[in-house]
Design a protein around this ligand. Structure first.
Ligand code: PHE
Length: 449
């Protein structure tokens, strides 16, 4: 019981620690392969501009709203919403917002850990010299061979989940914060090494023009929707994560300034990832195609055939593992905070229980690549179902609930004071959070159905 007592007073030890942990959550697989690819395909600098607008109008306000609700509630997302609803004289139904956040985190982590396991498996391959002399066929076979083998997938999924549980079990300052303080600088250094290497290849110029040449003709309605969706996903919104992180936040932290820092770091790292990956792709005349293929087939092919490729491959898959791990840690936190506060379990037991449940669901997800590939629910494999259910329903609806509650149900004066805004600034905040951001989320929601 003492653990849960001290827990309710758990707090980040410094603003820096909090910034790193939140950035660690934000920087994930989305930054390393999705964003760079989206820029290249969707109009370069033109897309970056649209994306930044989406971040400013939707991502950043919802991020601030999640932190604000968490800091006011001081509890897991479900209890926080229930308490804030009560304090502000609103219906207890608002609790559902917290519930769908925690549920979303649980479902996402189950399959996110499977992908984190792929990254870890490729670290193993890089160390064992498994990329040497790969051809296009054998690189493809390496990946499909892994997917087809439930034992291999289970091994790496389990290893990845153990790492995640190990960090989260050590608590907010001793685990989340300390983990981020080690992993984020390491990620930065690895990324820097890869970008510097990229500059020495003949492909850097081609990568820069792929990423930045503004081409407005590529900007379609679909591209704008993708930018909107990504602004949401990349900041880890709508999963109760940022709400949980906010519940450990001291009153003295300036939310708007901190959100700006996190958003800038997230974007810079995503762009740097593009400058790390595409020079290698273009220098070796490979296809800058999308998705897991780029990361797990195309790049290993390059690493297996360039000098220094073994070390570079190791650096890259470590980078990917660290990015996935800090995000997985953040996904487990709201679930653990909930279990810890709702049961007599201490921090460690709560983490093991939450981790075990997530791990078990992950097994169903990894079997959908092999033994259960024929089992379809609504025409989708378990893996795809988990992915679609969360990204299309739970996340946007949670995000919408968060922003609506923060904008319409909290006492205006206290919000203005908390954000340190003047008359004009607060009016702008209100217009964005009451109308612009909810409308944006709704547009994404309905168009994805
Ligand atoms: N923000 C992460 C990214 O950009 C995605 C993420 C999803 C993080 C789910 C945590 C949980 O990749």
């Amino acid at each position: 019981m003492t653990a849960s007592l001290t827990h309710s007073h758990a707090q980040w030890s410094s603003r820096m620690g909090f910034v790193l942990a939140a950035t660690g959550s934000a920087v994930g697989l989305g930054n390393i392969w999705k964003f760079p690819y989206m820029i290249g395909q969707s109009g370069g600098a033109a897309f970056v501009l649209i994306y930044l607008l989406c971040i400013a109008m939707i991502g950043l306000p919802i991020l601030v709203a999640e932190w604000m609700l968490g800091r006011r509630g001081q509890k897991n997302p479900i209890n926080t919403m229930s308490e804030l609803a009560r304090k502000n004289g609103r219906s207890q139904a608002w609790m559902l917002v917290g519930l769908s956040g925690v549920l979303g985190a649980f479902l996402i982590l189950s399959f996110y850990s499977v992908i984190g396991g792929w990254a870890l498996a490729y670290v193993g391959d890089a160390i064992g010299g498994g990329f040497r002399g790969l051809t296009a066929e054998s690189a493809g076979a390496l990946f499909t061979g892994m997917l087809g083998n439930p034992g291999t997938l289970l091994l790496w999924h389990t290893a990845f989940m153990l790492l995640t549980v190990g960090v989260v079990a050590m608590g907010v300052t001793g685990g989340l914060e300390r983990g981020a303080k080690v992993l984020m600088p390491a990620l930065g250094i690895l990324l820097l090494i890869m970008v510097v290497y990229g500059m020495t290849t003949g492909g850097f110029g081609a990568a820069v023009s792929y990423l930045f040449n503004p081409d407005w003709s590529l900007v379609t309605g679909e591209v704008i929707l993708a930018a909107l969706g990504h602004a949401f996903f990349t900041l880890s919104l709508g999963m109760g994560i940022m709400m949980a992180y906010g519940s450990y936040l001291g009153q003295d932290v300036d939310l708007l300034r901190t959100a700006r820092t996190v958003v800038i770091m997230d974007t810079v790292i995503a762009i740097a990832a593009g400058l790390a990956i595409f020079p290698i792709v273009f220098a070796n005349s490979l296809d800058p195609a999308a998705g897991p293929g780029l990361i797990f087939v195309t790049l290993p092919l390059a690493f297996g055939n360039i000098s220094g490729g073994a070390l570079l491959g190791l650096a890259f898959f470590l980078l990917l593992t660290f990015a996935a791990l800090t995000s997985a840690i953040s996904l487990l936190e709201p679930i653990v905070e909930f279990v810890e506060e709702r049961t007599p379990f201490n921090r460690i037991t709560a983490t093991v229980v939450a981790g075990l449940a997530t791990w078990a669901l992950g097994i169903a997800a990894l079997l959908s690549f092999n033994a259960w590939s024929e089992i379809l629910i609504f025409g989708l494999t378990v893996f795809d179902l988990l992915d679609q259910l969360t990204s299309k329903f739970l996340l946007p609806l949670t995000g919408l609930g968060v922003i609506l509650f923060a904008a319409w149900c909290l006492d205006k004066d206290s919000v203005r004071k908390e954000l340190g805004l003047g008359e004009t600034g607060f009016t702008l905040w209100q217009v964005i959070t009451r109308y612009v951001a909810p409308a944006g989320v709704l547009v994404v929601f309905f168009s994805s159905l």
